[in-house]
Design a protein around this ligand. Structure first.
Ligand SMILES: Cc1cc2nc3c(=O)[nH]c(=O)nc-3n(C[C@H](O)[C@H](O)[C@H](O)COP(=O)(O)OP(=O)(O)OC[C@H]3O[C@@H](n4cnc5c(N)ncnc54)[C@H](O)[C@@H]3O)c2cc1C
Length: 421
């Protein structure tokens, strides 16, 4: 039985003893009152894990309902490890697909550089294969569990920070009211208004990338795209990735390239097909399929840099609010799940001193964010080589590795995928 489960089942309710604001005297022990800002992956997962600890949880979500926007995401063994703690690994595995291979392809002629069997290799190495699925399926699975647990979710409620000078805690401003909570978990995504108000010392790096994203039915697509594989295409100063988004027969396409100037910062910038074609100068083989695409979104690639802290007073950040990084390790959702798990563990570890638990959470996560960020930035450079001669060198290297030392690829990433908290 998992560590968290066995620990939490025994003690049905972790009692949070809250220090009195003025003089640190303890008040009568009571359940920890927690507000979660945002019902995305990190918010819903945090709500579930904290509710399991016996906390009183309420979620504020600015949208009126759970939206089905988005495209494909990848859930790797570290994310599945967290989902297993909530008994949600099975529904996620069932909703998604386990890709058979990781195929590396030269975009100029769509010729294979090398292919790695991943489905069985990853299962052997990490106990779990990678899963690809539509983001909305994961959110739906988490939300159904939140409903089952009767955790309150206030939809249509934008919750903002309220900072009062010299007060020990930070409050929530909601519909003109001041709401006080023992713990506020900020899970409001990349454009976090909480971060920009409370965590100003966390500097944002310049955004130098943009990504186009769409899904296409696998019907009629050439086999290279429609097979159950993750394809990584290397081009000049750009790359693109395709993979299935689950059992619905849709294939996720993400095109990334370096960009100068303005890039968007939300999920809804719909782009005309022609603009995408002009901007990305697509390979002739793929061009004829673009008329079948319903919507193309330009996707923000936000790099918020390594945060100094993700905890202040009674507030912590999780998921993209805490740290937006280049998505070239496909760890956005997995990082969010890990954050929630780590937060619940730290809250549990210090039942008599919440702040200590929150500080530990912040330190632990920043260390890992730093390491993940390094790998993502390294991948960005490799994926976007401008010079042909360097690309040819890279392809030769990848050809040798995939055929002679296929395990090398994953060995250097064991510390990510073997995460156990
Ligand atoms: C609509 C949408 C589509 C996405 N599609 C993809 C995708 O296709 N592929 C991919 O890899 N990643 C996608 N992402 C990002 C991905 O979900 C995240 O990288 C990762 O899962 C971490 O999620 P998160 O919970 O930290 O943040 P998010 O998933 O961004 O969730 C943040 C939530 O907070 C809510 N919120 C924001 N401000 C407030 C406020 N003041 N008060 C209350 N609620 C607030 C938002 O409405 C949102 O529901 C998408 C995110 C969103 C919001």
């Amino acid at each position: 039985m998992s560590k968290l489960r066995s620990d939490t089942r025994g003690a049905k309710e972790i009692i949070g003893t809250i220090r009195l604001k003025e003089n640190s005297r303890r008040i009568k022990p009571k359940k920890l009152d927690v507000a979660i800002i945002g019902a995305g992956i990190s918010g819903l997962c945090s709500a579930l894990l904290l509710e399991r600890l016996g906390c009183n949880v309420i979620v504020f979500e600015k949208d009126k309902y759970i939206k089905s926007e988005g495209a494909g995401i990848q859930i790797t063994s570290n994310g599945l490890f967290v989902l297993k703690k909530l008994d949600l690994d099975r529904p996620v595995v069932e909703a998604g697909l386990k890709p058979n291979k990781l195929c590396l392809i030269d975009e100029s002629d769509l010729k294979s550089i090398g292919c790695l069997e991943i489905r069985h290799r990853l299962k052997r190495r990490y106990g779990k294969s990678f899963i690809t699925l539509h983001r909305s399926l994961l959110v739906k699975i988490l939300f159904e569990k939140v409903r089952e647990k009767k955790i309150r979710v206030n939809f249509g409620s934008r919750a903002l920070p309220l900072v009062k000078k010299d007060h020990e805690n930070i409050y929530i401003s909601y519909k003109g009211k001041k709401i006080e909570k023992d713990l506020i978990v900020v899970a409001d995504g990349v454009g976090s208004s909480w971060k920009s108000t409370i965590f100003r010392e966390n500097k944002t790096r310049n955004i130098t990338q943009s990504a186009y994203r769409f899904v296409l039915s696998n019907k009629n697509l050439p086999p290279i795209f429609s097979e159950n594989n993750i394809n990584l295409f290397f081009g000049k100063g750009r790359h693109f990735v395709t993979y299935p988004t689950g059992k619905n027969g849709m294939i996720n396409f993400v095109f990334c390239k370096r960009e100068s100037g303005h890039t968007v910062n939300h999920w809804k910038e719909k782009v005309a097909k022609q603009k995408f074609l002009n901007d990305f100068e697509l390979n002739e083989i793929l061009k004829p399929y673009i008329p079948d695409v319903k919507k193309i979104y330009r996707w923000p690639v936000i790099e918020s840099g390594i945060p100094v802290t993700i905890q202040k007073k009674n507030v912590v950040m999780v998921g993209d609010a805490a740290h937006g990084m280049l998505p070239y390790m496909a760890q956005g959702a997995n990082k969010a799940l890990e954050d929630s798990f780590e937060l619940a563990n730290c809250v549990k570890e210090f039942p008599l001193d919440l702040k200590k638990g929150l500080i530990k959470y912040s330190k632990k996560r920043i260390k890992r964010i730093y390491q993940l960020d390094r790998v993502s930035r390294f991948n960005e450079k490799v994926y976007h080589l401008e010079q042909k001669v360097f690309r040819k060198g890279l392809f030769l290297f990848l050809r040798c590795i995939t055929s002679l030392f296929p395990n090398f690829f994953f060995k250097r990433l064991d510390w990510i995928y073997r995460y156990k908290g």
